[in-house]
Design a protein around this ligand. Structure first.
Ligand SMILES: NC(=O)C1=CN([C@@H]2O[C@H](COP(=O)(O)OP(=O)(O)OC[C@H]3O[C@@H](n4cnc5c(N)ncnc54)[C@H](O)[C@@H]3O)[C@@H](O)[C@H]2O)C=CC1
Ligand SMILES: O=C(O)CCC(=O)C(=O)O
Length: 528
């Protein structure tokens, strides 16, 4: 019986030729379906191809009893419920490279239109007004543009902004000084970028860490008359804060291709003359649409015929016999990676993963990928999975070494992860205790016993009498319950650390209060 493919958003006809030409594949194009209409028919299909309009919700996926693959002709997969897809065993693929150029070009078009008020002038002229006073613009040459998110699109935008003779300052958790030097740009923290820029453009995914990263506090730090561009995702910029910053005169203008709620036809930002906008057109070119449709069509054909894909987004299937043996270590490996992203300063350059004891007899490659996933996911978002984790690390110049050792430190199994950055090396090791589950048993040279779960506070301090009391008092004053506390020190009066399990994530002010204790060098809140 032929596989059935449903295309539910407008895709390039040239781009879907690989589907039409494949044997044993039936292709239906049904666009503009309501959620109910899609839910009614999805049960008939083996593959679904979408752009960003179709919302592939848990409800739709739960009704898709034959569905094997969802293809997203584009980058962002925020219109697809990834955890539901994974839960229901549906692989999701995207087309990460096909629209990079178009999105970067659109960003530059928006930047120039914003600077020269072209949409406003055009609109006035169409209304019969020859008004040369209102539409005075500003030059780009010599101005500083802040690029937040230096992935595929951010890098292209930075490169083109330099062509406009702009100075570029960028932030990305994976941007190193060497890379910035090579690109001929400055790099700094988000705050440095926000303070220094005349124009700010965002190119991150919309994830927990980036939601409203440009907010009221960020606007307050910006130069007066700054201009903002968002051709990535609505929600990276807090729309209310942007509205007020424009009204107050702090922000001179904004160019928006994306909105928190789309379609955004009735939005108060659109009423402001300083705002220019397009209806999510970043990838809407003939070339990009053909390219992304070809990429996902090939992946759908490959998956349905050979079971392999090039651009997977969610979890792949690991052979059952391998999975049964390594499954108990999965949770531990990802948590060790996540723990390290919180306590490591700077960009990872090398990751060394050592397996000891019983682990040396197992197929550990999926655990290595899972550890890397834990290390990358916090910054790169949910599209990092076991399949692409190693690739993404490699693309970012992070060397990953996997080795097996006999040193178990008395545990029957030990998984040790070491991360090297410019600032030094950080190590964490964990084990599975028979009947008790996963434990972190070592941080750097300190032996600890921590359940890798929930909220932790990691404190580096000097070993002095009374520090534990001061920390305990600070927690009590803020009514924070301590579930457990681990203390370790290198030598008497030397460096020491505490890992405290708490019932809730600490607020910024609570962390600051702890940081003010004289003996404390650093405090980090960790969510595992
Ligand atoms: N308007 C449109 O039609 C289009 C929008 N997009 C959107 O553009 C965005 C970027 O796409 P790509 O460059 O292809 O993705 P990418 O994955 O290549 O780059 C994203 C970058 O953001 C960085 N990042 C993550 N968290 C960050 C943080 N807290 N601060 C600063 N940087 C952070 C990552 O390290 C990564 O380098 C995505 O949101 C994508 O969905 C993409 C294509 C078309
Ligand atoms: O399908 C589209 O046009 C949206 C493109 C986009 O936003 C993406 O690829 O992330």
């Amino acid at each position: 019986m032929a596989y059935k493919v449903l295309i539910s958003d407008p895709l390039s006809e040239e781009g879907i030729q690989p589907l039409r030409e494949a044997e044993n594949l039936e292709v239906d194009v049904k666009t503009n379906l309501s959620a109910d209409e899609l839910a009614d028919i999805i049960g008939d299909y083996d593959a679904l191809l979408v752009r960003s309009q179709t919302k592939v919700t848990r409800d739709i996926i739960s009704k898709a009893s034959k569905l094997k693959i969802i293809g997203r002709a584009g980058v962002g997969v925020d219109n697809i419920d990834l955890s539901a897809a994974t839960e229901y065993g549906v692989i999701v693929v995207n087309a990460p490279d096909g629209n990079t150029n178009s999105a970067a070009e659109h960003t530059i078009a928006m930047l120039m239109s914003l600077a020269r008020k072209i949409p406003q002038a055009y609109s006035a002229l169409k209304d019969g007004k020859w008004d040369r006073k209102t539409h005075v613009g500003v030059e780009l040459k010599g101005k500083t543009i802040g690029v937040i998110g230096m992935g595929r699109i951010g890098q292209e935008v930075a490169y083109r902004a330099k062509g406009q003779r702009m100075k570029v300052i960028a932030y990305d958790p994976f941007l190193t000084k060497e890379r910035a030097d090579k690109l001929g740009i400055d790099y700094g923290s988000v705050e440095d970028v926000v303070i220094a820029s005349d124009f700010i453009t965002v190119h991150t995914p919309l994830i927990k860490e980036t939601k409203h990263m440009i907010n009221k506090e960020a606007f307050e730090k910006m130069k007066d008359g700054v201009r903002i561009v968002n051709c990535a995702r609505g929600g990276i910029i807090d729309e209310d804060a942007l509205y007020h910053a424009i009204q107050s005169g702090k922000v001179a203008g904004a160019a928006l291709d994306v909105f928190e709620e789309e379609p955004a036809t009735d939005h108060r930002l659109l009423e402001l003359p300083q705002v220019i906008a397009t209806p999510h057109l970043g990838a809407s070119t003939v070339e990009a649409q053909e390219s992304v449709a070809i990429d996902v069509s090939h992946d759908v054909v490959r998956y349905l015929t050979e079971g392999v894909v090039k651009n997977p987004v969610n979890l792949p299937s690991v052979p059952k016999d391998v999975m049964n043996k390594i499954e108990p270590y999965f949770h531990l490996s990802e948590k060790l990676g996540t723990f390290l992203t919180h306590v490591t300063e700077g960009t990872a350059e090398e990751i060394n993963i050592s397996y000891s004891g019983e682990l040396t007899e197992l197929e550990v490659a999926p655990l290595t990928r899972n550890t890397i996933k834990g290390l990358l996911k916090r910054h790169l978002g949910d599209h990092v999975n076991d399949v692409n984790a190693s690739y993404l690390a490699e693309k970012r110049g992070i060397h990953v070494n996997e080795n097996r050792t006999s040193s178990t430190k008395g545990f029957t199994n030990l998984l040790k992860v070491e991360v090297k950055t410019k600032h030094g090396t950080r190590t964490v090791a964990g084990t599975l205790l028979n009947g008790l589950g996963a434990r972190i048993v070592q941080v750097d040279n300190y032996s600890v016993d921590v359940v890798p779960e929930g909220y932790l506070v990691f404190i580096s301090h000097n070993d002095r009498p009374g520090v534990i009391g001061k920390v305990g008092n600070a927690f009590a004053e803020n009514d924070i319950n301590i579930a457990s506390m681990q203390v370790g020190r290198s030598d008497v009066g030397g460096n020491a650390m505490m890992i405290i399990s708490v019932d809730k994530q600490l607020e910024k002010e609570e962390l600051e209060q702890l940081n003010q204790i004289t003996e404390i060098n650093n405090v980090v809140a960790i969510e595992l």
